[in-house]
Design a protein. Structure first.
Length: 124
């Protein structure tokens, strides 16, 4: 199976940029949408429960941000990937060397681990 050079440029730009944008979305809490699976509700943007009368409502209807963070990163990476696909190959070969395809996601995984540590400490 052969791939066109445009698809190759798209893939090698999409992967590392997705990892970077996911870390930014997680750190800045930039979810494209918030899902309340127990209620079957999807809201645009990031929504946090602000019920001061009964804080336990957050337990009854927990919000899931992961889908929104993933969609935010995927949409941003899609834009970068499409731009990279239409750039001339001589420009992108200088921009993306072979190490970027594995070093950037590895650093992003370490950053995500660091950013989620407070959630695990919450229950200790």
């Amino acid at each position: 199976m052969t791939f066109s050079s445009a698809f190759r440029r798209f893939a090698f730009a999409y992967g590392p940029i997705f990892a970077v944008l996911y870390v930014i979305a997680l750190a800045r809490d930039l979810a494209l949408f918030t899902v309340y699976p127990s209620l079957g509700i999807v809201l645009a943007g990031t929504h946090h429960a602000k019920d001061t009368v009964d804080p336990a409502m957050g337990f009854l209807a927990p919000a899931m941000y992961w889908y929104g963070w993933t969609a935010t990163a995927a949409l941003g990476a899609l834009v970068f990937g499409l731009v990279a696909a239409f750039l001339p190959e001589r420009w992108t070969s200088r921009l993306w060397s072979g190490w970027a395809a594995w070093v950037i996601p590895l650093v992003a995984m370490m950053a995500c681990t660091y950013l989620t540590l407070p959630w695990f400490r919450l229950y200790l």
